[in-house]
Design a protein around this ligand. Sequence first.
Ligand code: FAD
Length: 455
Amino acid sequence: STSGSYPLVCIVGGGPAGFYTAQHLLKSHPDIHVDIYERLPIPFGLVRFGVAPDHPEVKNVINTFTQTAQHKHCCFFGNVNIGRDVSVKELQEAYHAVVLSYGAEANRRLGIPGEDLLGVYSAKDFVGWYNGVPCNKDLQPDLSSDTAVILGQGNVALDVARMLLSPLDILKKTDVTQPSLEALAASHVHKVLIVGRRGPLQMACTIKELREMVNLPGTKPDMVTAEFEGIAEALKELPRPRKRLTELLLKAAQGSAGSAQATRQWGFRFLRSPVEIRPSSDVTRTAGIRLAVNRLEGSGENAQAVPTGEVEDLQCGLVINSIGYRSLPIDATVPFDPHKAVIPNTVGRVEQVAGLYCSGWVKRGPTGVIATTMNDSFDTARALLQDIEAGLLKLSTKKLGSKAIVTLLEKRGVNSVSFLEWEKINAEEVKRGGRAGKPREKLLDVEEMIKIAKT
Ligand code: FAD
C-alpha cells in the first residue's frame, strides 16, 4: 500500500528480531503498515535453522510469528536478499523507516593454522547441515573418527555435542533432516570433548543444556578431576544461577552421573585455547589439535585466560569451531562496527542515519536466547514509535512502500514468496514428515521450495 500519512515501515530479516519488532509496532499503532523482507523463501530465521531439532518446545514461538505475519497490516516477502536484490537505500526511499534485523550469518574464525583442513567445521555450518539450511545441505561432515573436539562451551556447543551423541531413537522423531539422520546413524564418533579457554566457573552454557547432557541416554561424562580443584569450596560465594550450574557440573565431574551401560562419552576440557589443528601424515585432513594450557587471572565472570606456555595435544578427526556467530555488513551505506561486528546504535536507532533502526543479533551481538531478542526488539520498536510521535519520520512525505519494491523485484527477475506461499511449503514439509513419523521433513532446495510455493 502507499501512504500519505500513516507510517510505512519495513524490516530486513524474518527471524525472531524481525517478527518481534513487527509485532510490537502493529500492536501499538493502529495505522502502521509493516513489510518483512527475508532472504530465504522461508521465515523464522534461527528458530528453524538454529534451535536444535530435539527442542521442539522452543519452536512454539512460530505460532506467535505466524499471527503477526497474518495481521492485516503486515506483509511477508521471502526470497528477497537485501543488499543484493534491493539496496537499503531503495528501501529507505520506499518506506518512512527501515529496521535491520538480519542476524549474524557468519562464524567467528579461530585464526590458527590448520583451520581449513578437512574435518574442521564451523558450528554454524554443522548446525545448518542438520537443520536443513539450503546452502549447508552438501556439507557431508566426516564422522568417521572416534573423537570429536568442540571449541567453545556455550549452548550451541552443547547442542552440537548432543546431536553427535544422541541415540537415533530420539533423533528420528525430530525434524532433523533425513540425510543428516542417515549420516549420524553411520557416525563413528563416540567421544566428544568440549573445550573452553577459561575455567568451570566461567562456563557459558545454561543449566537446561547442561542437564540434557548429563541425562543423555547411553552416555557418561568423562572429565579431568584436577580441573575442578577448589570449585566445591567456591560454591557458597556464587550467585544462585551460577551456583546451580556449577553444582550440576561437579556432580557430572564426580562420576555420579551418566548411564551404567554407556557406550559414548562426553566431557569438558577447561583452561585450554586452540593453537593449531594438526594435519594427518598425508596433510589432507585433521588428525588432532594442539591446545595452549591457560591459567586464570582474576576471578568470577571477568576472569581472564592467560597462557602458561605449556601445550597439550589431543587426537581427533573432527573439530567443530563453536566460538560464536558474527554479523556482516549489509550494504556500504549502513554504518558497521567491524570490531564489535554490530551496527552502531542507540537503543536501536542506527547512529547518524535518521529513519534507520536495528534489532536482534545485528544490534547487540550474537548472544542471548529468543526472550533476550524479544526484549531488545520491543525496545527498538518503542524507539521507532517515539520518533513517529515526535514527528521525526516525516509521515507527510508520500511513500510507495512495497509497490515500489515489488516493481524493482519484477524488473530484476526476483520471485518473491508470500506468507501464504510459505504455508504451502509448510504443508508439504509436514506431509512428507508425517510419512516418517517426524513433525516435518524440511525441503533443502530453494528451487524446489519456490516450485511448491508457486503451484
Ligand atoms: P536470526 O534468527 O538469524 O534471523 C535473521 C534473519 O534475517 C534470518 O532469517 C536470515 O535469513 C535473514 N537475513 C539475513 N540476511 C538477510 C538479507 N541480506 N536480506 C534479507 N534477510 C536476511 N534461543 C533459545 O531461546 N532457545 C534455543 O534453544 C536456542 N538455540 C539456538 C541454537 C543455535 C545453534 C543458535 C545459533 C541460536 C539459538 N538460540 C536459541 C538463540 C536464538 O536463535 C537467537 O536469539 C535469535 O534467533 C536471534 O534472532 P535474530 O532475528 O536477530 O537473528
